[in-house]
Design a protein around this ligand. Structure first.
Ligand code: UD1
Ligand code: CA
Length: 465
């Protein structure tokens, strides 16, 4: 870039009718980040001097998203009525002082654009009135077509709806990225007319004006870097591109992935080098997987931190929880919000936890419900134990102090505390606190009736016959 100032204008005022979605198009998520934010990040990372986003439809929500993510690095300009991309740029120019400089213009529905391709465009624009990116597409449907003269110079762009049959057959398309001299742009936008199939002011008509004054520079770039998103199919294709990039970067940094195409990593999740992700794993929200941790097949973690060397076995579902270093969870475990597992602790199959702290090396290995619990260190909770935390109105806490042993099939009716090192016999319903080192036992004494079974069987046989 020369000494001239570069201002990015990102157009994001349109409604996105083709999405048929209650969520405004610009806020539709890709890898859980809104479309407009992906688009704007690329300009900021390409180090433009300023960024102006044109807003209109769902203006408040789009502005709130931009403000929360980018703060004062982004300004907005209002387009009161959506009268076309040319009109949107006119609105942006009203918010930009009348100086020399260059503007980079593109559309907010292009979330896959990279800073690299933007830089290429800006470099090509050096000294020219207008430069634009072009792409080749076997199926150019929906895109404006690039018109060239006999020498191969770009002379204009024709929107598909305004194309003749011959023009429609052109496979070179306009992905919608322009670098334009600011003073030229002001005049050019004033001269736009809405004499076209959509009765709109087309930004694309600026290209013919630049061509009439001199050569337009065009830069060929892969469509993978530029694709637009107009419907939910294209949204899925664009998301796939972004996810593929995330996975590639992670694998190159030292993360292992089995069947990488099946793995989802949200934009705000982090995976440290040395971690491993199995097939079909989804890291949602702001999840973090530390070095040496293994997340096995089909596990879905939302806002979960997984400590160093921890193992999450297949088909675990966890939300808003912390899994401590070298802890083991699953297979088929369900960690609900505010579960905090200490180092080397274990949560086994078909166990559900919620709002529970589990101390170091403690185990809840099989078929249990552990809610509103405080579990100390080296505790063993036997198979089929239930923390009865809800009395129909309020939730209550169960405390198991260090070294406690809970026999299988026990119930702990909260609020209740089991003291340090105490035992709870299998099948016990604990309704009162258990002192340290005691044994709690609430089942009735066992009675064996000798020969009872065979007597019963012959009785039944006689009744039948
Ligand atoms: C546009 C281009 C087309 C190009 C394609 C690339 C024009 C006239 N056509 O078509 O040549 O191949 O993008 O993706 O520019 N917007 C506003 N205000 C408006 C209208 C649109 O801010 O009044 C915004 C939209 O929010 C959207 C972008 O501009 O982000 C593009 O609008 P859209 O209607 O999607 O244009 P396309 O038909 O895709
Ligand atoms: Ca579009």
């Amino acid at each position: 870039m020369g000494s001239e100032k570069t201002i990015a204008i990102v157009l994001a005022a349109g409604q996105g009718t083709r999405m048929r979605s209650p969520i405004p198009k610009m806020l539709m998520p890709l890898a859980e980040r809104p479309m407009v934010s992906w688009a704007v990040s690329a300009a900021l990372e390409a180090e433009v001097d300023e960024c102006v986003v044109v807003v209109g439809h769902a203006r408040e929500r789009v502005e709130a998203e931009l403000a929360s993510r980018f703060g004062d690095r982004v300004r907005t300009a209002l387009q009161p009525e959506q009268r076309g991309t040319g009109d949107a740029v006119r609105c942006a120019l009203e918010a930009i002082p009348e100086t020399d400089g260059r503007v980079l213009i593109y559309y907010g529905d292009c979330p896959v654009v990279t800073p690299g391709v933007i830089r290429r465009l800006l470099d090509a624009a050096e000294g020219a009135e207008l430069a634009l990116l072009v792409s080749s597409l076997a199926e150019p449907k929906g895109y404006g077509r690039i018109l060239r003269d006999a020498e191969g110079n770009v002379v204009g762009i024709r929107e598909e709806r305004d194309c003749s049959p011959e023009e429609r057959a052109i496979t070179e398309v306009n992905p919608g990225f322009y670098a334009v001299d600011l003073r030229f742009l002001r005049d050019a936008v004033r001269a736009l007319s809405s004499d076209n199939a959509q009765n709109e002011l087309y930004l694309t008509d600026v290209v013919a004006q630049a061509a009439a004054r001199g050569r337009v520079r065009d830069v060929h770039a892969s469509f993978e870097l530029l694709r637009g998103v107009n419907d939910r199919y294209e949204l899925a294709l664009a998301e796939a591109i972004l996810l593929r990039r995330t996975r590639e970067a992670l694998m190159r940094s030292g993360v292992s992935m089995r069947n990488p195409d099946s793995i989802f990593v949200s934009a705000d999740s982090v995976v440290e080098p040395g971690a491993e992700l199995g097939a079909g794993v989804e890291l949602r929200g702001r999840s973090c997987v530390r070095s040496g941790a293994i997340i096995d097949a089909g596990s879905i973690l939302t806002d979960v931190e997984v400590g160093e060397g921890a193992r999450v076995l297949p088909y675990t579902v966890a939300t808003k929880s912390v899994i401590g270093p070298r802890a083991q969870v699953g297979p088929f475990a369900h960690l609900r919000e505010k579960t905090e597992l200490g180092p080397e602790s274990k949560i086994g199959n078909f166990t559900e936890t919620k709002k529970t702290v589990v101390g170091a090396r403690s185990k809840v290995n099989h078929l249990s419900y552990v809610g509103d619990g405080v579990i100390g260190e080296d505790v063993n909770v036997g198979a089929g134990t239930i923390f009865c935390n809800y009395d129909g109105v309020k939730k209550h806490t169960t405390v198991l102090e260090d070294g406690v042993f809970i026999g299988s099939d026990s119930q702990l009716v909260a609020p209740v505390r089991v003291g340090k090192g105490a035992y709870v016999a299998s099948g016990t319903t604990v309704t009162r606190d258990v002192p340290a080192d005691a044994l709690a036992l609430s089942r009735t004494k066992q009675e064996n009736k000798e020969g009872f079974a065979s007597r019963l069987r012959s009785q039944r046989k006689a009744q039948k016959g």
